[in-house]
Design a protein around this ligand. Structure first.
Ligand SMILES: NC(=O)c1ccc[n+]([C@@H]2O[C@H](COP(=O)([O-])OP(=O)(O)OC[C@H]3O[C@@H](n4cnc5c(N)ncnc54)[C@H](O)[C@@H]3O)[C@@H](O)[C@H]2O)c1
Length: 253
């Protein structure tokens, strides 16, 4: 049984959806800050991805399965003795008119995107509360803040995360646990590239999407990760219940 970390020891973080895009950039950022990381992903390739890094433990599983959250917390406690940070990042996308959306698709999006945040937050809270504090950062989306066509289901899931973030922040503030969210605009990851691949000219569509962001481009995953790392860090010690758009000005319009 390892000795629990003192405040001077590396922070311990759990990151979901760690094998790609924003999650992967967040893991890399945390490692650059000398944190220990439990990287969670449903994609088995995550194990190989982090195999060479002694600061990373990998848990392969679906975030919507309660057992995955329990395994991640147990892995963190067994190996590192504490949990300081949880980044709820794993999600699935659906780009489809509501009228064409099946019940199966609705359930799949809400199950991964909302139930996953619920289960992982619930799993870390006893440990963070016993430690006297911690930081949960949820990754929502501009789609959870404003209405975007063909994203009603995805947007509903991300809007639920916005409200969950604020409610939980208030609920657990007295225990020293902070709960915040980042709301990215479009980010250059497989999350957007894969659905666009079916279109006749994906690159032209991406340029059109980029032009809807006042900064005139889409984000790099590391730009979202930087905001996550800030909210997770002691530099954000008086920030809780906030949703930070990281969207190139999209929601300022
Ligand atoms: N890419 C964008 O334009 C964009 C915009 C706004 C918000 N976001 C949000 O950013 C977050 C990360 O997205 P990304 O763009 O990095 O996507 P991505 O597809 O690059 O990575 C998502 C990761 O989550 C994993 N994952 C998916 N379902 C899972 C499940 N049920 N259990 C465990 N892992 C699962 C995938 O295997 C993948 O590794 C998501 O919450 C997404 O909603 C993305």
């Amino acid at each position: 049984m390892p000795t629990p970390a003192s405040p001077a020891d590396p922070r311990v973080a759990i990151v979901t959806g760690a094998a790609s895009g924003v999650g992967l950039a967040t893991v890399r950022g945390l490692l650059a800050e000398s944190a220990h990381v439990v990287a969670v992903d449903v994609d088995p390739s995550a194990a190989e991805l982090f195999a060479a890094d002694p600061g990373v433990l990998t848990v392969i599983g679906d975030v919507a399965d309660p057992a995955t959250a329990e395994r991640a917390v147990t892995a963190a406690l067994d190996a590192f003795g504490r949990v300081d940070v949880l980044v709820n990042n794993a999600a699935r996308f659906l780009l489809k008119p509501l009228a064409e959306t099946t019940v199966t698709e609705w359930d799949a999006v809400l199950r991964t995107n909302v139930r996953g945040v619920f289960l992982f937050s619930r799993a870390v809270l006893p440990t963070m509360t016993a430690q006297g504090g911690g930081s949960i950062v949820n990754v929502t989306s501009i789609s959870g803040l404003v209405g975007l066509a063909n994203q009603a289901v995805y947007g509903a899931s991300k809007g639920a995360i916005v409200t969950l973030t604020k409610a939980l922040a208030v609920e657990v503030a007295a225990s020293g646990v902070r709960v915040n969210a980042v709301a990215p605009g479009t980010v250059d990851t497989p999350f957007v590239r894969e659905p666009l691949a079916a279109l006749p000219d994906p690159e032209a569509t991406l340029r059109t999407i980029a032009a809807t962001h006042p900064l005139g481009r889409i984000a790099r995953p590391s730009e979202i990760a930087d905001a996550v790392l800030y909210l997770a860090s002691p530099a954000a010690s008086f920030i809780t219940g906030t949703v930070l758009p990281v969207d190139g000005g999209y929601t300022a319009q």
